[in-house]
Design a protein around this ligand. Structure first.
Ligand code: DX5
Ligand code: ZN
Length: 221
């Protein structure tokens, strides 16, 4: 299981220190939630902020996992690639020419991810499954941290894993929204490889929170 710390849950005034603490405690990826106030009803941060995390990611060997919740993502792919993104994920709902967008991300030297809102079926990715490096299943309606995990997500993760298998794809399956140590095992049992968490990592004691995620994956005898 890969744990991706969503900086949306961090104290932006101490972004570097908070992110560093999460990585030191064992989070492998830094998840960057980019919101434009159009695709989702909230505005967060952009490539300039990410640039400041690039050095930290390099120092720690962490991956910068960029989740674009924006309209017309094609316009900004290069900015995020230059800012140090390793993975760039766009929303299926925001891309008219999804196949072209996936290729554009790869041409920039990044791994290509596609995200699905809770209301978008897995089947919409049948024709691009083979090209994906990451498939992100949203377990909340995107826009805000601190929402509850939608229970139907677990079955959706199983369907997403099936689609990847049927496409002979080695893409990672990521789940994002309301993920906590209490439901983490349910998600990984359903096939999730990458767990994104903001509130459950950054609220309270970051190190203890990450240990709780690790414990959630241990087999109880
Ligand atoms: C939601 C974002 C998530 C969010 C997760 O739109 O994509 O990455 O930060 O926050 P929590 O873990 O608090 O649900
Ligand atoms: Zn996200």
């Amino acid at each position: 299981m890969i744990l991706a710390a969503s900086i949306l849950g961090a104290d932006f005034g101490r972004l570097e220190a908070h992110t560093r603490e999460a990585l030191d405690a064992g989070a492998e990826w830094i998840h960057v939630d980019v919101m434009d106030g159009h695709f989702v009803p909230n505005i967060s941060l952009g490539a300039p902020v990410m640039k400041d995390l690039k050095a930290l990611a390099e120092e720690k060997g962490a991956l910068l996992d960029v989740h674009l919740m924006i309209e017309n993502p094609d316009r900004y792919l290069e900015d995020f690639a230059k800012a140090g993104a390793h993975v760039i994920t766009v929303h299926q709902e925001a891309c008219v020419h999804l196949h072209r967008t996936i290729q554009a991300i790869k041409d920039l030297g990044c791994k290509a991810g596609v995200a699905l809102n809770p209301g978008t079926p897995v089947s919409t990715l049948e024709d691009v499954g083979t090209y994906l490096d990451l498939l992100l299943v949203m377990s909340v309606n995107p826009g805000f941290a601190g929402q509850g995990y939608i229970p139907a997500t677990t079955e959706k993760l199983r369907r997403a894993k099936q689609l990847l298998r049927a496409s002979h794809s080695a893409a990672l399956l990521e789940v994002d929204g309301g993920v906590t140590p209490d439901n983490a095992r349910e998600a990984t049992d359903a096939g999730a490889d990458v767990l994104v968490a903001a509130s459950a990592i950054f609220k309270g004691d970051i190190t203890a929170n990450i240990e709780a995620f690790r414990r959630s994956q241990m087999h109880v005898i």
